[in-house]
Design a binder for this molecule. Structure first.
Ligand code: ATP
Ligand code: MG
Length: 758
């Protein structure tokens, strides 16, 4: 066999090389962040192709995000050119399963053109079932049912195989509702996300001939980020690898961050048992980050119990310490980040200069993004939001998508329900009921039933005319899709013809403008696809904000979406208890959720190559109220020697804000000045100056002090949500002693108290 030279092997260390060259039998690569797992996995694919062990379509390679798949494909192409054409099975679990399921849909009672529902549709459907079952939706919300059902699907448990121990879920009615929900999906010719894998696992289990075909087709199986596979994904892999066992999984138990979505880190531990004789490879050299960054990340993750444990080292120089900075509030944090980005671009921070593409902001929760987006829009800093379903989740985008879906597939009843009266067409509840009844009686889709309603004049004059117009439009758009007319033209025609655009143009609310912009953006993004179907599929799977990548932009994303990525500069804002770690993880009694948050912190810090900047705010607005925040407990866990505490710029300038202000602004400024003048805050700052990062140890307590001391005085009246009103009797580091009128004396964290007037 003519083997081509193999430059892709050069530069790999011996352990990586072993992972690349051990092609027969199971291989598990278990190693910390930045040790070159993904790089080795990619080289392995190149090696398989280069040694002609398999054709591109015989390699099944599963990545965690579409972005990761795209990057892997680019790298393989760069190394092999044409030879890598036809890697049809490189993608996420979901994208691969959609393709498989379209081929075998009939085996689970679906047609190949099934629709993929998003979580919104899923909830709406469940709500209908809950109402039909006469269940009090307030006590038993659809969301709770969705969680139960998703949980089952993540374990590939179909309605007929629910363990008796789960029988009591959702008031004992989850089992029946689950069966009904699945039946409803089948009638709609639809699947939800969880179904994609569950259906495929069921098909493989029930039809050995189908399974066998794919066991032979996929000669090599490779899986990145294996620590985040759930049970259904695990079963699916085990079934497919069952024949030849040429499976290579790479992962890091310290980066398991999807436990809440059913991922089981135990899958890693089980690997050697399931695939006896597996070669286990450990990588220890980190190639990504400088010394201080790696040490800081290692210090944090060391606080977790039950780790497999591993050593990480780097040849790289120590580099910059992790930078830590506290701000008065999150607005100031966003402002500071914006300025810092520009300074790093100019190279005036003693390092760099860096391009915008080299920098990323990683947030714990997507709601933190808006503040940065707003700020960057204001100062004209180009940014992109990565990985989140943000853009496609917006109301106007979802409405537009429903129009497109119904134009493509006239049986998409959920889409019909969503838009039938949006914009308002005088088709209220009664009209919809008539259409639904007709659909049920005749066993047809809502759109077709609407046609019958019009024909038989089952509605009053105005509604009838309006419905007639709508049905006609949809038939026309559907024909246009079938005739292969430009999908961009069709989309424009739909948005204008349906009156949807006009609806927002007439709307006088401040956000209408932005929505119209978004709709334009949506039509623009169609250009990347061959046709409407391809686009809809992409959106339901990716839900990623495809922005203009031609110009340099800073990336904003959640920590979850940052997995596997790397950037020279990483901002980690919002490190406050209740934000990060999340409130949910703090409320839980066990440590499991908190440890998952800590792994997320580890993922975050290890994304950085040269600069990592952690920040927190002392106060934050929630539901229109300013709340004091505690710096994250993870800040305490950073090793002091690897951290440098920065001084907020507002402290240096002395003054703040514009000359003319509203009373509220004056008050806010006064409060702020108090915080900065408070002994606590100044102690924190001077400590950090005197002892470098050493001052940081008590940064949390000091900020508690700082926030508490201007607010509370001895004898002051305060209010606590649980204990009611009381008076302050003593103050010490971060805590306040309060004699409550009813609940007696309590020692409390200051931030649980608000000053009371009475
Ligand atoms: P994560 O756990 O975050 O997914 P990873 O283990 O997959 O990390 P990679 O992303 O593959 O790590 O590699 C991290 C960085 O190190 C990349 O920039 C990669 O190109 C580089 N790298 C990996 N192996 C080597 C090597 N042998 N020599 C030089 N650079 C390497
Ligand atoms: Mg990786």
């Amino acid at each position: 066999m003519g083997v081509r030279p193999s430059p892709y092997l050069e530069g790999l260390n011996p352990a990586q090389r072993a992972a690349v060259e051990t092609l027969d039998g199971p291989v598990l690569m278990l190693a910390g962040a930045g040790t070159g797992k993904t790089r080795a996995l990619t080289a392995r694919i190149v090696h398989i192709l280069n040694t002609q062990r398999a054709y591109p379509r015989q390699i099944l390679a599963v990545t965690f995000t579409n972005k990761a798949a795209r990057e892997m494909r680019l790298r393989i192409n760069a190394m092999l050119g044409d030879q890598a054409e036809g890697m049809a099975w490189l993608g996420t679990f979901h994208s691969v399963c959609v393709k498989l399921l379209r081929r075998h849909a009939e085996l689970v009672g679906l047609r190949p053109d099934f629709t993929i529902l998003d979580s919104d549709d899923q909830l709406r459907l469940m709500k209908q079932l809950i109402i039909a079952a006469n269940i009090d939706e307030k006590r038993w919300p659809a969301r709770a049912l969705a969680n139960v059902i998703d949980g089952w699907k993540n374990k590939a448990i179909a309605p007929d195989s629910i363990p008796t121990s789960d029988a009591s879920f959702y008031d004992g009615r989850a089992m029946r509702l689950y069966a009904e929900y699945q039946e409803r999906l089948r009638q709609l010719n639809a699947v939800d996300f969880g179904d994609l894998l569950m259906h495929m696992v069921r098909i493989f289990q029930k039809y050995p001939d189908v399974l066998q075909k794919y066991q032979q087709d996929f000669k090599y199986i490779l899986v990145d980020e294996y620590q985040d596979t759930n049970v259904a994904q695990y079963l699916w892999l085990r079934l497919l690898a069952g024949g030849h066992s040429n499976i290579c999984c790479v992962g890091d138990d310290d980066q398991s961050i999807y436990g809440w979505r059913g991922a089981e880190v135990g899958n890693i531990l089980r690997f050697e048992r399931d695939f006896p004789g597996a070669t286990v490879i450990r990588l220890e050299q980190n190639y990504r980050s400088t010394g201080h960054i790696l040490a800081a990340a290692s210090g944090v993750i060391a606080k977790n119990g039950g780790r497999l444990g591993k050593t990480l080292w780097t040849q790289s120089y120590m580099g910059e310490k992790v930078r830590l900075i506290g701000h008065w509030d999150n607005e100031e944090e966003a402002r500071w980040v914006g300025e810092e980005i520009e300074a790093l671009q100019r190279g005036t921070r003693g390092i760099g200069p860096f391009e915008l593409d080299d920098m990323a902001i990683l947030v714990r929760a997507s709601h933190q993004m808006r503040g940065f987006e707003d700020r960057f829009l204001a100062i004209g800093l180009p940014y992109r939001v990565i990985g989140g379903p943000r853009f496609y989740e917006r109301l106007e985008i979802r409405d537009a998508m429903a129009y497109f879906r119904l134009a493509v597939s006239s049986t998409d009843d959920l889409a019909f329900e969503r838009i039938v009266n949006t914009p308002k067409r005088g088709l209220g509840e009664k009209a919809v009921q008539t259409i639904q009844r007709t659909a049920r009686e005749r066993g047809m889709s809502l759109l077709d039933a609407a046609g019958v309603v019009v024909e038989q004049r089952l509605l009053g004059g105005k509604a009838l005319a309006s419905l007639g117009g709508l049905v006609q439009q949809f038939y026309r758009w559907h024909d246009a899709v079938l005739a292969g007319r430009s999908h961009i033209e069709i989309a424009e025609e739909i948005l204008d013809g349906s009156g949807y655009t006009t609806m927002w143009q007439n709307e006088k609310t401040p956000d209408a403008e932005g929505r119209l912009e978004n709709l334009k953006e949506l039509v623009k993004s169609l250009d990347n696809f061959e046709n409407m179907q391809g686009f809809l599929e992409h959106v339901s799977l990716v839900a990623e904000n495809e922005s203009d990548d031609s110009q340099p932009q800073i990336s904003i994303m959640t920590l979850h979406a940052a997995k596997g990525l790397e950037f020279p500069v990483v901002f980690l804002p919002g490190w406050e208890d209740g934000i990060f770690p999340s409130q949910r993880s703090l409320d839980e009694s066990g440590l499991a959720a908190l440890e998952e948050e800590r792994r997320l912190a580890y993922v975050g810090i290890t994304r950085a190559e040269r600069v990592a900047i952690i920040s927190f705010a002392a106060t934050r607005f929630f539901h229109g109220q300013r709340q004091s925040m505690l710096p994250s407990r993870f800040i305490d866990e950073l090793p002091h020697d690897d951290v440098e505490v920065l001084t907020p710029p507002t402290l240096n300038n002395g003054h703040y804000g514009a000359a003319s202000s509203s009373p509220a602004q004056v008050e806010e400024r006064a409060a702020k000045a108090d915080v900065y003048n408070s002994p606590g805050w100044q102690r924190m700052q001077s400590r950090s100056v005197q002892r470098g990062a050493g001052g940081m140890k008590s940064a949390r307590n000091v900020v508690i002090d700082a926030v508490a001391s201007p607010v509370f005085e001895l004898g002051q009246r305060v209010f606590h949500q649980k204990f009611g009103y009381g008076a302050v009797t003593a103050l010490d580091a971060g805590k306040v002693m309060v004699a409550f009128d009813k609940a007696g004396e309590k020692h409390l964290m200051a931030h649980f108290l608000v000053p009371a007037a009475q």
